[in-house]
Design a protein around this ligand. Structure first.
Ligand SMILES: Cc1cc2nc3c(=O)[nH]c(=O)nc-3n(C[C@H](O)[C@H](O)[C@H](O)COP(=O)(O)O)c2cc1C
Length: 177
């Protein structure tokens, strides 16, 4: 089975996961803007950072796939993957983006990433500043999991990358190849 790992990463944590996954499986990892012939693989394993609820590069990558291919998706965000209600919404958004044949719930995973406020782009820094001041005004009980994660990490440098969380993806990738 022909497989490829494709990733969308702005600040590098998703890239670290993709490169570790490549080491663990022997399958090449390529950044989504550089990946060639995505339609030629039986299975595409896509890892993308979450930005404002969207998965970086997923839409553009999927546009280059056919419904006959298999797609495995891993999102990378600062929100704890145990926050099931939040990730249910993320999966709904992902599902809405894909042709029905490409979406398979058991092939969707959530990994925890990293953030370093001293390293954000100017635009992202401003976005987070505005979001932070909006969230501070909200009652605690109304905060969604991503907002709580953002409030807890705001202005800091945190790294939640956990390569052990790649194991179920490795299992899928090595089972039938
Ligand atoms: C502008 C901005 C928006 C973000 N939005 C979300 C979000 O909606 N949900 C989430 O869990 N994490 C969010 N994050 C955190 C990123 O997903 C996290 O830093 C991730 O590890 C980034 O991946 P990368 O290092 O590969 O770019 C956001 C970060 C920034 C800077």
């Amino acid at each position: 089975m022909k497989q490829i790992i494709v990733y969308g990463s702005q600040y590098g944590s998703t890239k670290r996961y993709a490169e570790r996954l490549a080491e663990m499986t022997g399958i090449e990892a390529v950044e989504y803007t550089k990946a060639k012939n995505i339609g030629a693989y039986d299975r595409v394993v896509y890892l993308g950072g979450i930005f404002a609820g969207g998965v970086m590069g997923l839409k553009k990558t999927v546009a280059r796939m056919t419904p006959q291919q298999e797609l495995v998706i891993a999102t990378v965000g600062v929100t704890d993957p145990q926050e099931s209600a939040y990730f249910e919404n993320i999966r709904k958004a992902v599902k809405a983006l894909l042709p029905t044949q490409l979406y398979d719930e058991k092939n969707v995973f959530h990994l925890r990433g990293a953030i370093d406020y001293s390293n954000l782009t100017w635009g992202h820094g401003l976005m987070m500043k505005m979001f932070h001041s909006m969230m501070l005004k909200k009652p605690e009980a109304e905060l969604t999991a991503d907002a709580r994660a953002m409030l807890e990490t705001y202005g800091k440098k945190v790294d939640f990358v956990d390569f052990d969380a790649l194991r179920p993806i490795v299992e899928i990738m090595t089972k039938e190849s």
